[in-house]
Design a protein around this ligand. Structure first.
Ligand SMILES: Cc1ncc(COP(=O)(O)O)c(C=O)c1O
Length: 394
């Protein structure tokens, strides 16, 4: 048999898991993904989205998207570099730079493409990228695409990071990169220590704050602002697919770095630009988030309410500082069984197994929205209690 497709025919793991009735992926929602989301025609409590600020069904967001569709059409049919730049893209980048309190901004069509483009465009042969071992796959892939050499340090372990930095030649380019919020555990990167070490070892620092922008910081600018270190962190990247309830990615930094990335990031140059309705909804989301103190407080208090309820029931929840609330199951089959039972009882959460987490750390990833009500949180806890008892988790 010919080699390329031989492995394809042998790869039956998903089908096998489907036969067991435990396949958890590609479950389609049939309406807006809000606190209650319809799945297979039945309303479910949605505790598995990244819609932290709850903006996906905000009427002003929907109106902004519809208006842009009417005014600018369905797509831009080209790269930002050539025919794909609208005035709307420039307006977004200007607003975003101000919102993030950096000189300039560049937007990409996804957060994934942002990490590919920024990392591979900015670092070259002879440089070093120093990356946390739990960084998101898009950072890992950006490192792979770069001609720089990647060194990995143990998760959030500053001693190990320093050990790596000490081992590198003094005169070489160095870029430290870390997630801002580690999205499975909901923990924060140690940004103050990262900034100190980058200063001490003449390295540049890049924080991917995909999961922190929106609810952290005094106006939603994220983990870097939360630590008051906007000037010390050289590059902040993020996504519009979570708190901004749209799609796309961004990098904010100094104008001269933006200029360089614009002309060297291949995932920016050789890919079509963000759709007009996406750009318009992001602009609206920035406005709502900037004035969203209540939403910020609510998503955090919702998360702590849910987390303390789970703990009281006896679940293992880890040490989240964000709207992400993990429930550790620590068994790769049981996590699927618990996920399925929760869904049958009316709650959607995300089952996470290796490589999303280390083997033995299997968990259900719950994430709260600013728009969850106390009643919905109580209902979710009741469902967890029923299922937890059934599976001897509590
Ligand atoms: C830390 C981090 N970076 C980047 C991304 C990719 O973002 P996008 O969904 O916009 O491609 C994600 C998405 O999960 C993420 O968690």
């Amino acid at each position: 048999m010919e080699k390329i497709f031989k492995k394809v025919q042998k790869y039956t793991l998903p089908q096998d898991v489907k036969k067991m009735g435990l396949y958890p992926y590609f479950i389609p929602a049939d309406g807006i993904i809000g606190p209650i989301t319809s799945i297979y025609g039945k309303p479910k409590l949605m505790f598995g989205s990244n819609n932290y600020m709850g903006l996906t069904n905000h009427p002003e967001m929907i109106k902004a998207g519809c208006d842009a569709l009417k005014n600018y059409g369905t797509g831009c049919t080209g790269s930002r570099f050539l025919n794909g730049t609208l005035e709307l893209h420039l307006e977004l980048e200007e607003k975003l730079a101000k919102f993030m309190e950096k000189e300039g901004a560049i937007t990409f069509s996804t957060g994934y493409q942002t990490n590919l483009g920024v990392l591979s465009g900015l670092t070259h042969k002879g440089d070093f990228i120093i990356s946390d071992e739990l960084n998101h796959a898009s950072i890992v892939d950006g490192c792979r695409l770069s001609y720089a050499e990647t060194k990995v340090y143990k998760h959030n372990d500053m001693e190990d990071l320093e050990r790596v930095l000490q081992s590198l030649p003094k005169n070489k380019g160095k870029l430290i990169v870390s997630d801002g919020v580690f999205s499975m555990e909901g923990s924060l990167a140690l940004v103050p220590q990262l900034a100190e070490l980058s200063e001490q070892y003449s390295a540049r620092l890049m924080i991917d704050d995909a999961h922190g922008v929106g609810y952290l910081g005094d106006h939603g600018e994220g983990v870097v602002g939360h630590f008051n270190l906007t000037n010390e962190v050289d590059l902040i990247v993020g996504t519009f697919s979570k708190s901004f309830a749209s799609i796309g990615g961004f990098c904010v930094t100094n104008d001269d770095v933006i200029n360089y990335i614009q002309h060297h990031a291949r995932s920016f140059i050789f890919s079509a630009s963000l759709l007009p309705p996406a750009v318009a909804t992001i602009i609206k989301a920035i406005e709502l988030i900037e004035n969203g103190d209540d939403m910020r407080k609510k998503v955090m208090s919702n998360a702590r309410l849910f987390e303390s309820g789970l703990r009281k029931l006896g679940f293992e929840t880890g040490a989240s500082q964000t709207p992400v609330v993990p429930v550790y199951i620590r068994d790769e089959i049981k996590v699927l069984k618990v996920w399925k039972a929760l869904l049958a009882e009316g709650l959607y959460a995300n089952p996470v197994r290796a490589p999303g987490v280390a083997v033995g750390d299997e968990l259900l990833r719950n994430s709260l929205m600013a728009t969850h009500t106390d009643e919905q949180i109580r209902d979710a806890l009741e469902i967890y209690e029923t299922v937890g008892l059934k599976f001897d988790l509590i």
